[in-house]
Ligand binder design. Structure first.
Ligand code: PLP
Length: 418
């Protein structure tokens, strides 16, 4: 089979593909694996019940059922859903948005693919532009999304040591250099993998830099504001017409329905919609049909606040307590868990690489993600990249505790062997 450059790049072995294969194989070989690797949300019975009721209502009404199964939606997404979401965002946050500022996608991952490649890569004048990540480590899913090489660049964060075991990354504005070759800034808030939440000041500063450079600021709110609100710190939702806010229904408990949402200027949404027509033809109907009613009533906020946020807040607290219990006085650090569904553990001076630690843990039946994969766009040699792992705490509490216990045994062993 002769493949194009696109074919070679996208069908080949990229980091994320290898990692997902490896995780899949490991799970097939050992179904009892403690799965702390992926981004699957936890199971929340209250949310499942609400989605079930909503689906039953749709199924029992022939007209709604037909529009769910039998009609292509526009490539911009279900109009009523966009209207209701726009009204919700205007009412609660005062954002001047209408249906024309909103596009639906088949999962936010695919929206990122189209968006990134629309903005960066080879420009019509032959110059190349890239997406800049003002604070890496960042979401692994961006890493291979560019159609060309060297698609991302990143700024190394500054590290605030809060106490012996707690630290926090900050955007190092003194090192953030934006030139003509930067097409957009992109941040996830809360950040996958670290659970960092950029402060309102950091967001305002990034916003002003983006405006001054005439480039968009992309905020990936897959875990964030206004929903699913997996945040344990006070933070203000941010949007203006220079912002592209990407949202998702996945972490509310609906990763299977593949619904992402972009909120952006009308110009950008139009361009995105045209591109999305070529890629997807139309958007899936299930996510919008399930969530539509939640916007009018504002229920999307109360559900997030009453069920989603407390579940992850409590689980993150427990997970840190288990780290304290099992990792003891090793040189371990955890990024202050401010949101999302992961602990980002840093083992300072770890005598083996995080990749080797990942392999050893896999042998012991625990799946995590080795940290170096998340330093997207950062080529420099920084030992820190090889000293971190990402651990999901979304699964069953007893299994998470057991997993942290095994991680601690392997980390103890690694330091002992040194
Ligand atoms: N952005 C972040 C930060 C994520 O963690 C994920 C998934 O885990 C996505 C985007 C993509 O999510 P989805 O395609 O399910 O909307």
């Amino acid at each position: 089979m002769k493949l194009s450059a696109f074919g070679e790049k996208f069908s080949g072995q990229s980091g994320i593909v290898e990692l997902m294969d490896d995780l899949g194989t490991a799970l097939n070989e050992n179904p009892d694996m403690i799965f702390m690797g992926g981004g699957n949300p936890g199971r929340l019975p209250e949310m499942e019940r609400i989605f079930q009721q909503r689906l039953e209502t749709i199924m029992s009404d022939p007209a709604q059922r037909h529009s769910l199964f039998g009609i292509y939606q526009s490539p911009q997404g279900d109009r009523e859903f966009r209207q209701r979401l726009a009204a919700f965002l205007s009412k609660h946050y005062g954002w001047p948005v209408g249906e024309e500022n909103i596009a639906v996608s088949n999962g936010s991952q695919s929206a990122f693919f189209v968006l990134f490649n629309m903005l960066a890569g080879e420009m019509p004048d032959g110059h190349r532009r890239r997406i800049h990540l003002p604070l890496a480590p960042e979401y692994i899913g961006y890493a291979d999304a560019g159609l060309s090489d060297n698609f991302f660049s990143a700024t190394r964060p500054s590290i605030e040591r809060i106490d012996t075991h707690l630290f926090k990354y900050h955007v190092d504005f003194s090192q953030l250099e934006i030139d003509e070759s930067v097409a957009a800034l992109c941040v996830s808030r809360p950040t996958n993998p670290t659970g960092n939440v950029l402060t309102d000041d950091e967001v305002a500063h990034l916003d002003s830099i983006a405006r001054a450079s005439d480039i968009p600021l992309i905020i990936d709110g897959a875990y964030g504001l206004p929903f699913p609100n997996i945040l344990f710190e006070q933070a203000t939702p941010h949007w203006n017409d220079n912002t592209v806010l990407a949202l998702s229904l996945s972490k509310l408990g609906l990763p299977g329905v593949r619904t992402g949402i972009l909120v952006a200027s009308e110009e950008l949404i139009k361009a995105y919609t045209n591109a999305n027509t070529i890629v997807s033809l139309a958007c899936g109907t299930l996510g919008p049909a399930l969530a539509r009613a939640l916007f009018d009533s504002g229920e999307i906020l109360s559900l997030s606040r009453d069920y989603v946020t407390p579940f992850y807040r409590e689980r993150s607290r427990q997970a840190v307590a288990w780290c304290e219990e099992f990792l003891g006085d090793l040189p371990w650090h955890v990024h202050k868990p401010e949101g999302a569904i992961f602990l980002w553990l840093w083992f300072e001076g770890l005598p083996i690489s995080s990749q080797a630690l990942y392999q050893r843990l896999k042998q012991r039946g625990v799946l995590v993600v080795p940290g170096h994969n998340f330093f997207v766009g950062m080529d420099d040699d920084w030992q820190h990249k090889h000293e971190c792992i990402r651990v999901s705490y979304a699964q069953d509490a007893a299994r998470v505790r057991e997993g942290i216990g095994i991680i601690a045994e392997e980390v103890h062993r690694a330091y002992r062997e040194d």
